[in-house]
Design a protein around this ligand. Structure first.
Ligand code: FE2
Length: 291
């Protein structure tokens, strides 16, 4: 029998032996009710305020996305900032929005947890610090944060990938903390994962390459998606994801939003390559989960 992966969230974030065994065997855990509903609502509301204040023209996005390399640059320098990223088809050929601004943004990243007080408070707690220790991060450091909107009807799918492709350490340590800020269901694009898939190799690495980006194939073993499971989650549930766990999410075909907040942490004792896409200003060092 497969090890279970879904449990009521432990009050203090500490994983018992059954949870530890489930994480080791599956590469993920779904912890029900980890965050309070009102804390989730506060994050969603704050995220919408950030979008409301976002002026794509002032941010230079309209010109930059249409210039070769401009989009790369906007992304590549976002590791220590709060930036809004548009849905692929949100701009027409003239650089005007094709949908209302509130539905044009795909995500916000990548230093919400350091730069915005509402996100900062949510992202730091003894409960999260305990959990990070118990999934094996000896010296957990929060590397990035993202709000993923998955807007009704136009929120696109996220194809199968491993987070360690994008955030590499030596040895691998990146771990994802995915919070459902709204109910994530089969029709609005909940997570999907392959139990045990984290035991396979890392398939590729995305990295800086001169002025641009490159993706190297490391291993051609296909993801065994026939063994995938859907992970519907209620508001406040937390999915913890091993960095090599293959995961995905389908498009949002429903008329309901599906907001999620993700944190990715690494172990500060591991080496952090200089060609990882995410690089931070020295003035903004990585912090742990403790408040
Ligand atoms: Fe991911």
């Amino acid at each position: 029998m497969n090890a279970p992966f879904q449990f009521p969230a432990p009050e203090d974030g500490r994983l018992d032996a059954g949870m530890q065994a489930g994480y080791a065997a599956n590469g993920f855990l779904l912890l029900e009710g980890f965050a309070e509903a009102k804390a989730c609502d506060a994050l969603s509301a704050r995220a919408l305020e950030i979008v409301e204040a976002f002026d794509p023209k002032a941010a230079g996005i309209f010109s930059s996305v249409r210039e070769a390399g401009g989009r790369d640059e906007y992304f590549k320098t976002s590791g220590d900032k709060i930036r809004c990223f548009l849905e692929d088809e949100a701009l027409d050929a003239r650089g005007d929005l094709t949908v209302p601004k509130s539905r044009s943004v795909n995500k916000i990243g990548h230093a919400l947890h350091d730069l915005d007080p509402v996100f900062e408070a949510f992202s730091h707690s003894d409960k999260l610090a305990n959990l990070a220790t118990d999934v094996g991060l000896a010296d957990a450091r929060i590397l990035q944060s993202m709000i993923i909107f998955k807007p009704p009807r136009i929120g696109g799918e996220v194809t199968w990938h491993q987070d360690a492709t994008y955030l590499r350490t030596e040895p691998d340590s990146v771990t994802g903390f995915w919070f459902a800020l709204q109910d994530a269901t089969l029709d609005n694009g909940c997570l999907q994962a392959i139990p045990g898939g984290h035991l396979g190799p890392l398939r590729s690495r995305f990295r800086r390459d001169g002025g641009g980006m490159a993706q190297d194939t490391l291993d051609e073993t296909p993801f065994e998606t026939q063994g995938a499971v859907d992970l519907p989650a209620s508001k406040g549930d937390l999915v913890v994801l091993h960095g090599r766990l293959p995961h995905a999410s389908t498009a949002n075909r429903s008329d309901r939003a599906r907001h999620a907040y993700t944190l990715h942490a690494i172990d500060g004792t591991c080496d952090y390559p200089a060609d990882n896409w995410l690089q931070r200003a020295p003035e903004l060092p990585l912090r742990g989960f403790a408040p």
